[in-house]
Each structure stands twice: as C-alpha cells, then as structure tokens.
Write a protein that binds this ligand. Structure first.
Ligand code: NG1
Ligand code: ZN
Length: 530
C-alpha cells in the first residue's frame, strides 16, 4: 500500500514497547506516561479516520490524565459536537492501540473498511495538552499520527480539556463561538461581565474568591482571565504550579473531595470560600474552613442544586414552561437527592459513572443539569429551550424580558460540551451573587450525610458486575446480600461497590448518619469485597 512508509515510520518513531493491554475507558486511555507514546500516535491515525467518517468535520485529541499524579498521562478523543467519543468507537480505539507494530498496517486498513471512511476527504484534528512534562512529547506523537494519514493537525498547546472541547465544537458549528482560546474567554467571561453589570452585589455575597489551581492548567488560565476582570470578582489564586508545587499532589478537586481535607498551598481565612479545580480544569468543588478550621465541602451535588434552583427561579420569573431535570450518579449524596426531589421538586435521573452517561441523560430534558459528586458537570439547553427563552426576551413583558435576558447570558456563559471548572465557577458566582449568598448560606440548603470512599485492590476487578446505575452488585454471588446485611445495621445507611473505569481498583462508597458509621460501614464492605 502507498501507506507502507507511514507504518515503517511508526515502528521507528513511536514503537509499541509494552505488552500490557490498555483499554479506552471512561476517561480515554490513562496509564503511566512512558507506556503511551504508540497509543497516542495511533489515536492520531484514528482521529483522521473519524474526521473523514464525519465528512471532514474536526475531531479533538486531548493529552491529559486529569486529577492523576504527574507520572501518569492519558489521551482521549473529542467528537465533532465537542462531546466524548461515541461509545461504539471505544472498542475500535482499544483494538488499534493494542495491535503489534507488525499488525498496525493491516488493522488500520481493516478499520478504514469497517467504518467506511472515504480516505480521499480532508481531515482536521485539534490537539491540546495539560501541563505534565510528558505532554509535549505525546502531543508530538499525535501530530505525527495525523500527518501520517494526511490529515491537518492544529495544535492548541496547553489548554484545559473543556477549552479544547469548546474549540472543536465551534470549528464545526460557528454559531457556538470562535474556535480559539481567546474566543472562549470572550464568550464565557464576556457573558459574566454582562450579567454582573445588571446584578448588584448585596446580602452576604462578597466578591473575593480564593482558588486552588491544583498546580495544573485551570489555575494558569484563571490567571489570564483575572487580568480582564474588574471589581466584579477578585480572584486570589493559589497552586499555580510555581514554588515547587506538584500537580494534584495533596491539592485539587479530587484530593479535596475524596480526602475531605483542605489542600496544601492555600492560605486559609475563616469562612472564606475557596474553589478547588482539578489538573485539567474540568472539575470544581468549593469549600471553606470555619473558625475552628473545620472544613465544609460544597461538592458537585451542591453546585448542581444551586444552579438548578437559580435557573428554576429565572424560568418562573420569565414565565417559561420548560422541563428542567437533574442527573446524578450513585455517588451523589443521599441528602442532595432528597433535597432536589422533595424541596426543589425537580426530577432526578440516576445513571452509571462516566460523563458520557450523564450527558446523554441530561439531553432528555429541556434543561438538563448534570453533575458528578466529584465536581464534573454542566447544564444543557435544548434548542426548544433556547428558542422559548429568546422569544420571551424579545416579546415578553418588561419583567419577563429582563429575566429571560439574564438567562440568555447565563446560557452563553455555560460550556455545554462538557463539564468545565472555569465556566462552572462563573455560573456559581453569578447564582450566589444574584441570591446575595455566601458559602455559609449556600451550605444551609441541606445537610450532607457523612460518607466515605475507599479503594480496594483485588485480583480481578472485573469479577464485580453491577446493575441499576451501579447501585446493586450482581456478581460475585452473595456479595450484594452481604452488603445489604451490613447496611441494615446502620441508620440512613447506603453502600455500593463497582470496578473503577480509570484505575485498577474496586471503589467502595458508604454513607450513614455519622462519620464514624460511614467509615465503619465502608471498611466492612471493603472487607466483604476482598
Ligand atoms: P472511576 O475511576 O471509573 O471511578 C473516575 C470518577 C468518575 C469520572 C472518571 C473520569 C469517581 C468516583 N469516579 O472514574 O466520576 O470522573 O474518573 O475522570 O469520582
Ligand atoms: Zn479532569
């Protein structure tokens, strides 16, 4: 084949050096960085094929391992609408990543046939990376892969994962915005400033926000944004990657959520709200320390309830009849689910872990708010919802027009392609400001049930299967009965186990009426798994 030289190049430049099987999971491929070069090269090939299957529309490749520590890295593909790679292609990606160098040529040809790609079409691939020191080398491998199949790569350098998703979407749909980092700032920050002009600061809300940047890319981008913000929001940034701060090490959204501890590297002041981002800027949680230095966490569930209730308030003020719903996973705190359904009277869907599942379920509503408890989430608006709100903004009564106008800016500020820490930060700050609330008032909506998450290392994590959005365990036999027995010994007890999609571990989750009980229940369930 005319492509023979391509595969010879691959063997030489990006050889497969490891026999370890690697799988395209919920977060793409993720493992030790030194095992990934051939995988990323091959994803360059696959992105070109995918672009051609999509008629030449742009595909994205993001190099990141998100909240993992520095030695890891990863790669994931972004589909033309800025969404995660279509599920049926995950198996194709896995196949291509694992073939030997000798079989790379025939497997690629086979995939091209299978997916019916017209290799004469143009192909466009956007490539971004996080701040890991292994990322530039991997991004170069992706570029080589794209060029090998005569696609056109465009490198975005160091960007947050959501900025790349946004750029891919814009490149394929110019009504969404300008496909550049600057275009992203103009859209999101521009909408924030427009809203703030109309919303007076009052009540308990203060404009100072501390941020834990996880020593990753999100903080760096906020540092750029900070300069364009006036007195609407005073960002005080920590963990920007200097001063020997290590990526995600004892800091960042995942550390704060899972350990329920404040991150290192942040100077705390009692009651001051802090936003903690993850390493690639797609997750955010808030917290504050009280005057006894006890931490109070405002996680993804809490953000979801704030956004859902603020949007509901705007909807009723503009008299729009739209169906708003919320999507969670089994990790959502039971107290949040109860508050949402019983107080806010908003319907809740529970789905399997993994953003793609949440995203799809959210599309079933006119307005779908989705969040994982760990702080990954966003809001989706249907065309019908957007048109309805637009119409009210143009033709409604004075007060209705005002609220609809605000809501349109709120939509503009939302990154609808994927959960986005920066966009979410502005959504939260706007909702708090509009309600005159500080973090303490926000916290008063409901009280979280104490919970604990554990990891257990087992021989074969896939021996565990689950059903009912991962809340019930179907194998190994007897495990579910045992879990139920254990749970029945606690008041407000709930527990489940599932194999992780990103690490070789089984995750255990438990909640109960006291922290001591939640800790004990999780330990007992972990024992039952082992
Ligand atoms: P796994 O490792 O499958 O639990 C974790 C998160 C997911 C999701 C992915 C992708 C938890 C319990 N799990 O998945 O929610 O964010 O990583 O990054 O937080
Ligand atoms: Zn992330």
């Amino acid at each position: 084949s005319s492509l023979r030289v391509v595969y010879a190049f691959a063997r030489e430049m990006h050889p497969k050096t490891s026999e370890v099987f690697i799988q395209y999971g919920t977060a793409g491929f993720r493992t030790k960085a030194n095992l990934l070069e051939h995988v990323v090269y091959r994803m360059g090939l696959l992105a070109v094929i995918r672009s051609r299957v999509k008629n030449g529309r742009t595909i994205g490749i993001m190099i990141t391992a998100s909240h993992n520590l520095e030695p890891d890295n990863g790669v994931k593909l972004i589909d033309p609408d800025g969404e995660m790679l279509e599920q049926s292609w995950e198996e194709i990606a896995t196949r291509l990543a694992n073939v030997s160098d000798n079989d790379l040529e025939s497997t690629t040809e086979q995939i091209i046939k299978e997916v019916n790609a017209d290799m004469a079409l143009k192909a466009s691939v956007f490539i971004g990376m996080d701040t890991r020191y292994t990322s530039p080398r991997l991004a170069a491998a992706a570029v080589h892969g794209v060029i090998a199949l005569k696609g056109t790569p465009k490198e975005f350098g160091i960007v947050t994962t959501p900025i790349l998703h946004y750029c891919v979407r814009c490149r394929n749909d110019n009504t969404y915005g300008t496909p550049t980092e600057e275009g992203y700032y103009e859209k999101i920050v521009g909408a924030f400033k427009n809203i703030r002009e109309k919303l007076p600061v009052g009540g308990e809300y203060t404009t100072t926000l501390y941020v834990d940047g996880a020593n990753g890319v999100g903080g760096k981008k906020l540092n750029i944004i900070k300069k364009s913000l006036g007195d609407e929001l005073d960002l005080v940034l920590y963990n920007l990657g200097g001063n020997g701060g290590k990526l995600n090490l004892n800091c960042g959204a995942d550390f704060v959520k899972v350990s329920q501890q404040a991150p290192v590297g942040v100077e705390h002041k009692p009651w001051q709200r802090v936003a903690s981002l993850d390493g690639d800027g797609d997750r955010i949680v808030y917290y504050y320390l009280d005057d006894k230095e006890k931490m109070h966490l405002l996680d993804g569930d809490r953000i979801a309830t704030l956004l859902a209730s603020y949007i509901t308030q705007l909807l009723s003020a503009c008299g729009a009849q739209l169906r708003l719903g919320l999507v969670q996973t089994a990790y959502a705190n039971g107290a949040s689910t109860q508050y949402i359904t019983q107080q806010l009277k908003v319907p809740v869907t529970c789905v399997k872990t993994g953003v793609k599942h949440l995203h799809h379920a959210a599309q079933a509503y006119d307005i779908g708010v989705y969040f994982e408890a760990n702080g990954h989430g966003t809001v989706l608006y249907s065309e019908n919802a957007k048109n309805t709100i637009k119409k009210i903004a143009e033709e409604g009564e004075v007060e209705q027009r005002k609220s609809a106008g605000l809501l349109l800016q709120y939509i503009e500020m939302t990154n609808e392609t994927v959960g986005d820490a920066l966009s979410d930060l502005f959504l939260v700050e706007t909702a708090l400001c509009a309600r005159g609330q500080g973090a303490r008032q926000w916290m008063q909506a409901y009280t979280d049930l104490p919970c604990r998450q554990l990891k257990v290392t087992v021989q074969d994590r896939n021996a565990i299967s689950t059903t009912d959005a991962e809340r019930v365990c179907t194998s190994p036999e007897g495990l579910q009965t045992r879990i139920e027995e254990l749970v029945s010994g606690y008041s407000s007890g709930r527990a489940f186990v599932r194999p992780s999609g990103t690490e070789d571990v089984v995750r255990v989750y438990a909640e109960a009426d006291t922290q001591q009980s939640a800790d004990k229940l999780s330990a007992e369930v972990a024992q039952a798994v082992f």
